[in-house]
Design a protein around this ligand. Structure first.
Ligand code: C2E
Ligand code: MG
Ligand code: MG
Ligand code: MG
Length: 282
């Protein structure tokens, strides 16, 4: 398009272009600063075993503590982190931080928690992912089966051969793998057919209208049946009401996570939950 505009038109300096280019530029610079100035934090949200009512895991959720702004949601900065490649550094930090935190709780004598870490497709497709996970486990001392990696469909289906190989190598390490936001993609059934995953994490959109929409009800029942037949665990995300909880228990869903139990909270507050596990008992 620059060519078509003619030789002597300085398109790259046009004010309109600056106006659109600038916000990204600023954000990326800010995000770089966030990484180097340690403005990233993890919050933790409990995962509850629906048979025992006990907390069995924690999902680590990233936040950017931006000076003068407050906590920025990953939904806002993840796309940029992925585009810019910064997600590689950020993701490695998240993995290390979550595993060390789990060990800190362990060393304080608190009940052991499985820790779930979200992986970006960009991370998952890197050659050095398995090595990074192995190194992080070695460095922190966390048992491999206490770490669960949450993947989305966008990672899993890019290349079935390569995905299978990476998942098998992760399995060999002993870490768990779950499919996040299960059910909303186009190919949910393709990956339960092809890939050795340990858990299906049913997307919040099915849970929110579970007790009012008979189709969502039918879909979640079907996923539950599928998980049962395949010998895969199932967790529901975004559980907000006692009615949803009762319904999930009734169909035999294994675990749940959502505001009904607790919002994602800073490590210090999560530690309080660990010290008083009765609070969340259902
Ligand atoms: P996700 O992995 O599906 O995480 C669940 C999201 O739902 C979280 O949003 C959580 O705060 C929110 N949530 C939990 N319970 C409820 C509930 O009962 N009701 C409602 N309405 N929402 C609930 P959050 O923390 O804003 O994270 C958004 C997404 O960002 C995550 O979705 C995940 O895909 C991504 N993400 C978060 N942390 C990381 C990370 O460290 N690395 C990568 N690559 N992605 C991350
Ligand atoms: Mg997740
Ligand atoms: Mg999810
Ligand atoms: Mg989700």
């Amino acid at each position: 398009r620059a060519k078509a505009a003619g030789r002597n038109t300085f398109r790259f300096y046009s004010p309109e272009m600056n106006a659109t280019a600038q916000p990204n530029l600023i954000l990326e610079t800010d995000l770089r600063k966030a990484v180097s100035r340690e403005q990233l934090v993890l919050h933790y949200q409990p995962q509850i075993d629906l048979r025992t009512g006990q907390m069995v895991g924690a999902e680590a959720l990233l936040r950017w503590s931006k000076p003068g702004v407050g906590l920025v949601s990953p939904a806002v900065f993840l796309p940029l982190a992925e585009e810019s490649g910064l997600i590689v550094e950020i993701g490695a930090w998240v993995l290390g931080e979550a595993c060390s935190q789990a060990m800190v709780w362990r060393e304080r004598g608190l009940p052991p928690m499985r820790i779930a870490v979200n992986l970006s497709p960009v991370q998952f497709l890197r050659q050095d992912l398995v090595q990074l996970v192995a190194d992080t486990l070695a460095k922190t001392g966390l048992e491999p089966d206490q770490l669960e990696l949450e993947l989305t469909e966008s990672s899993l289906l890019d290349d079935i051969g390569r995905t299978t190989e990476t998942l098998n190598r992760l399995k060999k390490l002993g870490v768990k793998v779950s499919v996040d936001d299960f059910g909303i993609g186009y190919s949910s059934l393709t990956y339960v057919k092809n890939f050795p995953v340990d858990r299906l994490k049913i997307d919040r959109s099915f849970i929110s209208s579970l007790t009012t929409n008979s189709r969502d009800d039918a879909i979640v029942r079907a996923i539950s049946g599928l998980a049962g037949s395949l010998g895969v665990k199932m967790i529901a995300e975004g559980v907000e009401t006692p009615q949803q909880l009762e319904w999930l228990k009734a169909i035999g869903c294994h675990e749940a996570q959502g505001y009904l139990f607790s919002r994602p909270v800073p490590a210090k507050d999560f530690e309080d939950l660990l010290k008083a596990p009765g609070i969340l008992t259902i």
